[in-house]
Ligand binder design. Structure first.
Ligand code: ADP
Length: 486
């Protein structure tokens, strides 16, 4: 392991089913690799479909009792998990960086951000209020209850190995659901570390289960088609989201889907240019550009285009690329060779169609999966970078003339997760914010994510919201009691 952990017991390659730590069937394992050094760091239990079924059974058996506990008792456990995550933030950050690659300071930020979902939903879980409604007939009363949906399956990606899990299990556990979580094969260790802490916090057996596996689709199929699972919460690509949605159609499972994005970032002539550059840097280069809300297309109005490009390129020039544990590193590696290939393809495609390289444009001298942060100018809507999520440290700059043109180009995508724009004109701020077909709009803000606000997309970016008071609704069913004879 690349660094020494204060508490080595947080690192485990075992799955967690019904309160027991388990090896894969027949001792099967798969390796987790450090994307920075390309060295294996830990063998992890390769769970079978039968083990997944077992985890679902355990979650199902635990759920009724879990739901009957006082909301305040559940909240206390979720809060305890939050506290343990904060106490162990350095170790959790080290585990995260080792398996995912992001700079360790950024990883620590993710741990605290991830923990904040637990704190928030521990509080929200105590406020699951129902309704009373004036009756429609004499002698009757109407009462509305909110109840947990039941067993929840969670499937998550590798880019936020901690926060993607907590933003799902926070509301699920606080509302009285039990969970079977299947983390991405690249980053299961952050999830098993959460399970270690959940056990320490004192969650009853079966309430939180973790299935680690090298192959996703057979496990996913069981999670989507086992009738004991009442809801699937998924974060990942639109392509996989569509498959899971189809699989869940069989027994009409409830769904929360956080899917792909293709975020536009618009800079108007009247913007505070330094603030816009700052916002673009945060939005574009965080996690080496591997987030679903990263600015993917940067539209800059003609009057400030050259100046913005110059300022951005200067900042990008200063970004230090390297191993996430090295001092001062701002940009880590791509998660794997496939991620690297996509970035290279997008840059080559743009250049072949006339884009110019303002800075970067090539793999980093460190080799492996490191890519030099890049700024491209003269980018147009015909290029791949305009249509697909690049998921890498490439900032493509498009020029536009009018507000209408910027809005039309920004909306010209099947995705609708996050969008950003910079302007100092209050009228324009409202017009553009209302016109953008996105679930999230950062107005003079490149970093909108927080546990207290609703995160989610429209169009093919998904269904449902995570975080905020809305985030817990997705884990609740409404039951209407019609009381007669009164
Ligand atoms: P990403 O590009 O972030 O890897 P994916 O949608 O490919 O996005 O993967 C997101 C998560 O979904 C990962 O944990 C992956 O293993 C899992 N996954 C991929 N394909 C399937 C599938 N057919 N069924 C269930 N899970 C899947």
């Amino acid at each position: 392991f690349p660094v020494k952990l204060k508490d080595p017991s947080l690192l485990t390659g075992r799955a967690y089913i019904g309160g027991r730590w388990r090896d894969g069937d027949g001792g099967a394992t798969f390796p987790v690799t450090n994307p920075s050094t390309l060295k294996p760091i830990q063998e992890v239990a390769d769970c079978s479909v039968a083990m997944t079924t077992e985890a679902i059974d355990a979650a199902y058996d635990a759920q009724k009792k879990w739901a009957k506990m006082l909301a305040s008792e559940r909240a206390a456990l979720v809060e305890k998990l939050h506290d343990l995550m904060v106490e162990n933030a350095d170790d959790l950050a080290a585990i995260l960086t080792a398996e995912q690659g992001k700079p360790v300071t950024e990883a620590k930020g993710e741990i605290l951000y991830g923990a904040s979902f637990l704190k928030w939903f521990a509080e929200e879980g105590k406020r699951i209020y129902g309704d009373t409604i004036p009756a429609a007939a004499p002698g009757k009363r109407i009462v509305v209850l909110k109840q947990p949906v039941g067993v929840v399956a969670s499937i998550t990606p590798w880019n936020f190995p901690n926060a993607m899990i907590t933003r799902k299990i926070g509301p699920a556990l606080a509302s009285g659901c039990t969970v079977v979580a299947r983390p991405a094969k690249q980053t299961p260790l952050s999830c098993t570390a959460i399970a270690v802490l959940a056990e320490r916090a004192g969650f009853p057996a079966g309430v939180f289960n973790v299935i680690t596996s090298s192959s996703a689709s057979p496990i996913g199929k069981e999670l989507c088609t086992n009738p004991k699972v009442r809801k699937l919460t998924f974060t990942g690509s639109t392509e996989v989201g569509r498959i899971l949605m189809e699989q869940c159609a069989g027994d009409i499972k409830k769904l929360s889907l956080e899917l792909g994005g293709n975020a536009p970032f618009i800079v108007f002539d009247d913007a505070d240019l330094d603030a816009a550059v700052e916002g673009a840097m945060g939005s574009k280069f965080r996690n080496a550009g591997q987030t679903c809300i990263c600015a993917n297309r940067i539209y800059v109005q003609k009057g400030v285009y050259a100046k913005f490009a110059e300022k951005l390129a200067m900042k990008v020039h200063d970004l230090k690329v390297g191993d996430g544990f090295a001092e001062g590193v701002a940009v880590g590696p791509m998660i794997d060779a496939a991620g690297m290939k996509k970035v290279e393809e997008h840059v080559q495609d743009a250049v072949s169609k006339g884009a110019e390289i303002e800075f970067g444009g090539f793999p980093h001298a460190l080799g492996g999966s490191f890519y030099t942060p890049t700024v491209l100018t003269g980018v147009t809507q015909e290029m791949k970078v305009a249509k697909e999520e690049t998921f890498g440290p490439v900032a493509p700059l498009f020029a536009f003339e009018t507000e209408e043109e910027a809005i039309a180009m920004a909306n010209d995508t099947e995705f609708g997760l996050a969008s950003y724009f910079y302007s100092r004109d209050i009228g324009r701020c409202f017009r553009v914010a209302e016109a953008l077909e996105y679930g999230i709009v950062g107005v003079n803000d490149g970093l909108p994510s927080t546990a207290v606000a609703p995160f989610g997309g429209v169009k093919q970016s998904g269904l449902g919201r995570e975080g905020s008071k809305y985030g817990i609704e997705d884990f609740l069913e409404i039951k209407y009691l019609s009381l007669g004879g009164i």
